[in-house]
Design a binder for this molecule. Structure first.
Ligand code: PLP
Length: 404
């Protein structure tokens, strides 16, 4: 069968799906590196730190203690309890273990909730710029994404007024991440309370709050969870995990805290599709949530330092518009000044061209903003060593100097 014929044999829902742009760029970067090029890979959203030792020890112990079998679908009771305790301690959210479902990463948790709450044609309001997978998850559930743009001038954040205007009788979910990927924007308590005031009036609307970057927050105020607002509590699904804060991306543990009927819906779905997630990783995550946050705080300090470094260097590049991220580990400059310009061989039409050109000619992998609903920007991960970051931004600076 020809490649085209093979593709048409795939289900429509898969043909309609976009490939994850972050994973695609990372794959291309790996291929160029394998060919011997000195690639600086800043496309993946991954801490460059190791998982703290006490968490690794817990995994080793879990193997020795014989946690080799299937776990309960929603997770081991001690992990669900540790998560309920963590939500109380850090987020002022009062859920019992029965309100918690553990899944194979926060990505899985988000996808589960969308499958469980969305009927064909239901609308999901997504605050943009947004993480690449949100709109594709909605598509898989046959829902309709309604994208609301957070303006650069407002730190890439959506206002309560914008949200109000986007809600229709078909709106079922409003979803956002704070701290945000790709912008690093952090919604303050005041902003979230204004948003909550709008949502209070719409009783059929659920709020999917993605808090995976909770611990990487550089603001003095710190993190605020919309799920802690009593009037909304039963309608907020708080999603989080271990990937970013504990440098545990490969361990694949995420969770939701939600009203019992939603948790039960997710458990039912998961029971047919994946079952309980990895038993050893669950034991490690239990120690992560119950244990010290000191290593997490140290990592956050390093991300803050690198944010300052990268933002400072990016601001020196003529034509770049640079927002200062308040959290996460990305810079998200607007590079549209260079659209329509050429180095004599390649003309840069959009952020995809920009990102591909920088990778293929200067060996720095970034991700085009188009996949994040922000076509003027590129995303640069700052989760890398200082020298690599300085070298990468210098290469970008030298690259754009050849454009006219
Ligand atoms: C905003 C956001 N949500 C969720 C996830 C997924 O996290 P996990 O690795 O736990 O699936 C990511 C990972 O990049 C992310 O950036």
């Amino acid at each position: 069968m020809s490649a085209v014929a093979e593709q048409t044999r795939l289900a429509d829902r898969i043909n309609a799906l976009e490939e994850s742009s972050t994973l695609a760029m990372t794959k291309m970067a790996r291929e160029l590196a394998a060919q011997g090029h000195k690639v600086i890979s800043l496309s993946v959203g991954e801490p460059d730190f190791k998982t703290p030792a006490h968490i690794c020890e817990a995994a080793k112990k879990a193997i020795d203690d014989g946690f080799h079998g299937y776990s309960p679908v929603a997770g081991y009771p001690d992990l669900r309890k540790a998560i309920a305790d963590k939500l109380k301690r850090d987020n002022n959210i009062d859920w019992k273990p029965e309100n918690i479902v553990v899944s194979t990463g926060a990505k899985h948790s988000l996808a589960n909730v969308i499958q469980v709450l969305i009927n064909p044609g239901d609308e999901v309001v997504i605050f943009a710029p947004y993480w690449v997978s949100y709109s594709e998850m909605v598509k898989l559930a046959e829902g309709k994404s309604v994208i609301v743009d957070g303006a650069f001038e407002n730190g890439f954040k959506v206002t309560a007024e914008q949200l109000e205007a986007a809600i229709t009788p078909r709106t079922r979910i409003v979803m956002y991440a704070s701290p945000n990927n790709p912008t690093g924007a952090v919604y303050s308590e005041k902003e979230l309370r204004e948003i909550a005031a709008v949502l209070e009036k719409h009783e059929d609307v659920y709020i999917l709050a993605d808090e995976i970057y909770e611990y990487i927050n550089f603001t003095e105020e710190g993190h605020f969870s919309i799920g802690s607002i009593p009037a909304l509590k039963d309608r907020v699904i708080t999603v989080n995990g271990v990937a970013k804060g504990f440098a545990m991306t490969g361990w694949r543990i995420g969770f939701i805290g939600a009203a019992k009927w939603i948790a039960e819906g997710v458990e039912k779905l998961q029971g047919q599709v994946t079952s309980g997630t990895n038993s050893i990783a669950q034991k490690a995550a239990t120690v992560a949530f119950n244990g010290t946050l000191e290593p997490t705080k140290e990592m956050a300090k390093a991300y803050a330092r690198r944010r300052d470094l990268v933002v400072g260097l990016l601001k020196e590049i003529p034509g770049f518009k640079v927002n200062v991220p308040d959290g996460a580990f990305y810079a998200f400059p607007d590079v549209s000044y260079y659209f329509g310009k050429s180095d004599g061989t390649t003309t840069i039409k959009d952020s995809d061209d920009f990102s591909n050109w920088i990778l293929n000619k200067y060996y720095v992998s970034t991700v085009a903003g188009s996949g994040f609903g922000a076509p003027n920007c590129i995303r640069i991960s700052t989760a890398a060593a200082d020298e690599a970051l300085s070298e990468a931004v210098q290469r970008i600076k030298d690259a754009v100097a050849t454009l006219s």
